[in-house]
Unconditional design. Structure first.
Lengths: 242, 227
């Protein structure tokens, strides 16, 4: 479903991603983990097109994902939802307007239809009663659940999560992870950059461990956490699993 | 020493100055509005992806902000009509007030260009990214998400720009427009006493500027509430 071939992304003198290739199948849940600055977020952003890699190719559903090809690009992009660390809700709009903006503007849905769908997703993340609030009235966990619902309103086939719980108070983490777990159970294809090792262990099918812009180890989740092969992954796990 | 003092304080004279004050206010308001249009165009140039447009925007802002407003007014008053006359072959005359408003609009436009640009750039980059991932176009993002947020940041400095324009409108007294400053001068010449008309003018200026800044502070507080 997603295929990344030898991508390189450079920020000034720093090679954030250095020759990374990976493949993600339909329905698979893959966690990208690694120390800060390992390039895991950049890989995710390259998949969505928030960063354009200097070298290498990204394929979505077998089609090349190229910003110069306007037609397929926007069509392919609309198949991916993206959830940010800092939510990036629109503070000038109510929750429901946050959710209906893109369906109305991009998918050309009617206001009623968009609102009906938005309400369904709000119900699913348990925030239907907040639909007329502004984002600044919500807690961090609620904001992130709204952000997830906002992405789902575009009916994506793939969900990309960029450290969705890193900006949250510890108590708020669980409610967001619950929503993500539910999505996973429904068979959504998910790529998740996370520091939540417990979550990665229980939910992910596969774990990709990165350091210095390169893939160090890649294995199914259970194998990786119980029996890491590389010394670097062993050291990393020893430090983060306590 | 102040024999003329009482003579000046007649209803007619006070009204005469009030009329001048209203003209100053009107000129400032019109210049601000037209300046905002220039500012929107200028800011669009400065944040555009097109290098030439960005260059034009930069030159506009730097040239206008780097030269005195009085000089700009004088150029429009003395130089531009001559150039136009040379080209068309006919004598070209423009109303003092129109020259004043045009000069001040161009001047104010350079400052509001920067206000609008920094207001737009001040909106978190994540907002652009969120719109990008949702598939909104650049223009949809600008119109529906960025500008409404930038607007809130732009309002307070635009109000202080208005206050600046009210004060700077006194500069067009140099080309003969009868606004508040010039009205005071006219009265002074009439009575051979300048202190009181200038003081009254100062009071009128203060009433205008302080009232506006009072409401601006109130508005600012209200805008801050919803953050």
């Amino acid at each position: 479903m997603i295929k990344v071939e030898h991508i390189v992304k450079q920020f000034k003198s720093l090679k954030a991603v250095n020759d990374v290739s990976l493949e993600i199948k339909k329905g698979e849940i893959v966690c990208l983990i690694g120390p800060s600055g390992s390039g895991k977020s950049t890989v995710l952003r390259c998949i969505n097109g928030l960063e354009i890699p200097e070298e290498g190719k990204v394929y979505i559903n077998g089609q090349i994902y190229d910003p110069n090809n306007k037609e397929t690009y926007s069509q392919l992009r609309s198949q991916m939802g993206f959830v940010f660390q800092h939510f990036n809700l629109f503070p000038n709009m109510t929750v429901i307007d946050n959710l209906t903006l893109a369906p109305i503007q991009v998918m050309k849905k009617s206001k009623e239809e968009a609102e009906k769908i938005a309400c369904q997703y709000l119900q699913r993340v348990g925030l239907l009663d907040k639909k007329d609030e502004y984002p600044n009235k919500l807690s961090g966990g609620q904001k992130q659940r709204v952000a997830i619902a906002r992405s789902l309103c575009m009916n994506p086939e793939i969900m990309l999560f960029d450290e969705p719980t890193s900006a949250l108070d510890p108590e708020m983490v669980i409610e967001v992870l619950e929503v993500m777990k539910e999505l996973a159970n429904e068979g959504m294809t998910m790529v998740i950059v996370t520091h939540e090792m417990g979550f990665a262990k229980t939910v992910a099918n596969r774990v990709i461990f990165l350091e210095d812009g390169q893939i160090v180890e890649e294995n199914n989740a259970q194998e990786f956490f119980e029996n890491p092969k590389t010394a670097r992954a062993q050291e990393f796990l020893r430090k983060v699993m306590h | 020493m102040f024999s003329a003092f009482n003579k000046i304080f007649t209803p007619e004279n006070l009204l005469f100055l009030l009329k001048g004050a209203l003209i100053s206010l009107g000129i400032a308001a019109l210049s601000l509005l037209i300046g905002l249009v220039f500012g929107i165009i200028g800011a669009s140039c400065k944040i555009s992806k097109n290098k030439i447009l960005r260059f034009i925007g930069n030159v506009y802002v730097e040239v206008i902000r780097g030269t005195p407003m009085l000089l700009q007014i004088m150029i429009l008053f003395n130089v531009v009509p001559i150039i136009i006359s040379q080209i068309t072959g006919e004598v070209f005359r423009m109303n003092y007030y129109v020259i004043g408003i045009v000069a001040m609009s161009i001047n104010s436009g350079a400052y509001t260009t920067e206000l609008i640009r920094s207001g737009i750039n001040g909106v978190d980059k994540g907002q652009w990214e969120a719109c990008q991932t949702l598939g909104l176009t650049r223009w949809q993002t600008m119109r529906l998400v960025i500008l409404p947020q930038a607007f809130k940041r732009i309002i307070p400095p635009v109000v202080s720009e208005f206050i600046t324009l009210i004060k700077d409108s006194s500069l067009i007294s140099c080309i003969g427009a009868i606004e508040l400053m010039n009205s005071a001068k006219v009265l002074g010449n009439q009575y051979y006493e300048f202190m009181s008309p200038y003081c009254i003018a100062a009071v009128y200026y203060l009433i205008m500027t302080l009232t506006i800044s009072y409401f601006s502070k109130k508005l600012e507080r209200k805008l801050a509430e919803s953050d």
